[in-house]
Design a protein around this ligand. Structure first.
Ligand code: FES
Ligand code: FES
Length: 163
Protein backbone atom coordinates (compact mmCIF):
# COMPACT_ATOMS: atom_id res chain seq x y z
CA UNK A 1 0.00 0.00 0.00
CA UNK A 2 1.32 3.43 -0.95
CA UNK A 3 1.92 5.81 1.92
CA UNK A 4 -0.07 9.04 1.73
CA UNK A 5 0.66 12.36 3.35
CA UNK A 6 -1.68 15.19 4.39
CA UNK A 7 -0.56 18.62 3.18
CA UNK A 8 -1.58 22.12 4.16
CA UNK A 9 -0.25 24.88 1.94
CA UNK A 10 -1.12 28.04 0.02
CA UNK A 11 -0.97 28.70 -3.70
CA UNK A 12 -1.47 32.22 -5.00
CA UNK A 13 -2.97 33.18 -1.64
CA UNK A 14 -5.49 30.33 -1.59
CA UNK A 15 -5.36 27.77 1.16
CA UNK A 16 -5.33 24.07 0.26
CA UNK A 17 -5.50 20.83 2.22
CA UNK A 18 -4.76 17.67 0.23
CA UNK A 19 -3.73 14.14 0.95
CA UNK A 20 -1.25 12.85 -1.60
CA UNK A 21 0.88 9.77 -2.24
CA UNK A 22 4.37 10.52 -0.88
CA UNK A 23 6.00 10.07 -4.31
CA UNK A 24 3.84 12.72 -6.00
CA UNK A 25 5.69 15.61 -7.61
CA UNK A 26 4.80 19.24 -7.13
CA UNK A 27 4.21 19.73 -10.85
CA UNK A 28 1.55 17.00 -10.81
CA UNK A 29 -0.19 18.53 -7.81
CA UNK A 30 -0.22 21.95 -9.47
CA UNK A 31 -1.26 20.86 -12.95
CA UNK A 32 -3.46 17.84 -12.29
CA UNK A 33 -4.88 18.37 -8.80
CA UNK A 34 -5.19 22.16 -8.73
CA UNK A 35 -5.56 22.64 -12.52
CA UNK A 36 -2.94 25.39 -12.55
CA UNK A 37 -1.59 24.51 -15.98
CA UNK A 38 0.46 27.69 -16.40
CA UNK A 39 3.33 25.77 -14.80
CA UNK A 40 4.80 23.85 -17.71
CA UNK A 41 6.41 20.43 -17.87
CA UNK A 42 9.11 20.34 -20.51
CA UNK A 43 12.47 18.65 -19.85
CA UNK A 44 11.23 16.94 -16.67
CA UNK A 45 14.78 16.68 -15.35
CA UNK A 46 15.35 20.09 -13.77
CA UNK A 47 17.34 21.80 -16.50
CA UNK A 48 14.97 23.98 -18.55
CA UNK A 49 13.16 26.20 -16.01
CA UNK A 50 9.72 25.80 -17.61
CA UNK A 51 8.27 24.43 -14.39
CA UNK A 52 9.63 27.24 -12.19
CA UNK A 53 7.39 28.40 -9.36
CA UNK A 54 8.22 30.50 -6.30
CA UNK A 55 8.12 28.86 -2.88
CA UNK A 56 8.27 31.40 -0.06
CA UNK A 57 9.71 33.77 -2.68
CA UNK A 58 12.44 31.43 -3.95
CA UNK A 59 12.39 29.76 -7.34
CA UNK A 60 12.12 25.98 -7.40
CA UNK A 61 11.70 23.40 -10.15
CA UNK A 62 8.29 21.81 -9.71
CA UNK A 63 9.31 18.82 -11.86
CA UNK A 64 11.96 17.80 -9.34
CA UNK A 65 10.34 18.68 -6.04
CA UNK A 66 8.30 16.21 -4.08
CA UNK A 67 4.98 17.80 -3.21
CA UNK A 68 5.43 16.64 0.38
CA UNK A 69 7.95 19.48 0.74
CA UNK A 70 5.32 22.19 0.26
CA UNK A 71 3.61 21.47 3.56
CA UNK A 72 3.24 24.79 5.38
CA UNK A 73 4.69 26.75 2.44
CA UNK A 74 3.37 29.56 0.26
CA UNK A 75 3.66 29.11 -3.48
CA UNK A 76 3.30 31.56 -6.32
CA UNK A 77 2.56 30.33 -9.83
CA UNK A 78 2.14 32.37 -12.98
CA UNK A 79 -1.64 32.43 -12.42
CA UNK A 80 -1.17 34.31 -9.16
CA UNK A 81 0.85 37.22 -10.48
CA UNK A 82 -1.95 39.37 -11.85
CA UNK A 83 -4.04 41.32 -9.36
CA UNK A 84 -7.66 42.36 -9.94
CA UNK A 85 -7.32 41.68 -13.67
CA UNK A 86 -4.15 43.78 -13.98
CA UNK A 87 -0.94 42.17 -15.10
CA UNK A 88 2.06 42.24 -12.78
CA UNK A 89 4.62 44.85 -13.96
CA UNK A 90 6.96 42.04 -15.07
CA UNK A 91 4.19 40.47 -17.17
CA UNK A 92 3.30 43.86 -18.62
CA UNK A 93 6.93 44.59 -19.45
CA UNK A 94 7.26 41.25 -21.25
CA UNK A 95 4.15 42.15 -23.24
CA UNK A 96 5.29 45.69 -24.06
CA UNK A 97 8.85 44.74 -25.00
CA UNK A 98 8.23 41.61 -27.09
CA UNK A 99 9.64 39.42 -24.35
CA UNK A 100 6.68 37.05 -24.55
CA UNK A 101 7.55 34.01 -26.55
CA UNK A 102 6.04 30.55 -26.37
CA UNK A 103 3.86 29.41 -23.50
CA UNK A 104 6.48 26.94 -22.35
CA UNK A 105 9.43 29.07 -21.39
CA UNK A 106 7.62 32.33 -20.56
CA UNK A 107 5.94 31.50 -17.22
CA UNK A 108 9.23 30.32 -15.75
CA UNK A 109 11.12 33.30 -17.17
CA UNK A 110 8.60 35.73 -15.68
CA UNK A 111 8.66 34.14 -12.23
CA UNK A 112 12.45 34.01 -12.19
CA UNK A 113 12.49 37.70 -13.13
CA UNK A 114 10.07 38.46 -10.28
CA UNK A 115 12.44 36.71 -7.88
CA UNK A 116 15.44 38.63 -9.24
CA UNK A 117 13.75 42.02 -8.94
CA UNK A 118 12.83 41.35 -5.32
CA UNK A 119 16.50 40.79 -4.54
CA UNK A 120 18.03 43.26 -6.98
CA UNK A 121 15.73 46.14 -8.01
CA UNK A 122 18.27 47.65 -10.41
CA UNK A 123 19.93 44.78 -12.29
CA UNK A 124 22.32 45.15 -15.19
CA UNK A 125 21.67 43.16 -18.39
CA UNK A 126 24.46 40.84 -17.21
CA UNK A 127 22.68 40.30 -13.90
CA UNK A 128 19.51 39.40 -15.77
CA UNK A 129 21.31 36.99 -18.08
CA UNK A 130 22.95 35.31 -15.12
CA UNK A 131 19.66 34.95 -13.21
CA UNK A 132 17.87 33.57 -16.26
CA UNK A 133 20.62 31.07 -17.02
CA UNK A 134 18.40 28.24 -15.76
CA UNK A 135 15.48 29.24 -18.00
CA UNK A 136 16.06 27.90 -21.47
CA UNK A 137 14.41 28.87 -24.71
CA UNK A 138 14.85 26.43 -27.53
CA UNK A 139 13.58 28.63 -30.32
CA UNK A 140 14.81 32.17 -30.25
CA UNK A 141 17.07 34.66 -28.48
CA UNK A 142 17.12 36.25 -25.08
CA UNK A 143 17.62 39.89 -26.12
CA UNK A 144 13.97 40.91 -25.80
CA UNK A 145 13.59 38.98 -22.58
CA UNK A 146 16.53 40.79 -21.00
CA UNK A 147 15.16 44.14 -22.23
CA UNK A 148 11.78 43.26 -20.73
CA UNK A 149 13.25 42.52 -17.30
CA UNK A 150 15.23 45.78 -17.34
CA UNK A 151 12.04 47.67 -18.30
CA UNK A 152 10.12 45.93 -15.52
CA UNK A 153 12.81 46.85 -13.01
CA UNK A 154 12.49 50.52 -14.00
CA UNK A 155 8.72 50.39 -13.75
CA UNK A 156 8.83 48.72 -10.32
CA UNK A 157 11.32 51.28 -9.02
CA UNK A 158 9.03 54.07 -10.15
CA UNK A 159 6.01 52.46 -8.50
CA UNK A 160 7.93 51.90 -5.25
CA UNK A 161 9.25 55.49 -5.18
CA UNK A 162 5.68 56.81 -5.45
CA UNK A 163 4.61 54.95 -2.29
S1 FES B 1 10.36 20.81 -16.70
FE1 FES B 1 11.24 21.25 -14.78
S2 FES B 1 13.16 22.11 -15.24
FE2 FES B 1 12.39 21.50 -17.14
S1 FES C 1 10.99 27.78 -25.61
FE1 FES C 1 9.63 29.40 -25.38
S2 FES C 1 9.97 30.70 -27.10
FE2 FES C 1 11.44 29.13 -27.22
Amino acid sequence: MIERRPLHFWVNGEEYRLEIPIYRLLIDVLRDDLHLTGTKRSCDIGVCGSCTVLMDGKSVSACLMLAARIDGRRLLTIEGLQKDGRLHPVQQAFLNNWGLQCGYCTPGMVLTAVELLEINPDPTPEDVREELMGNLCRCTGYKKIVESVIAAAKQLREVRSEK
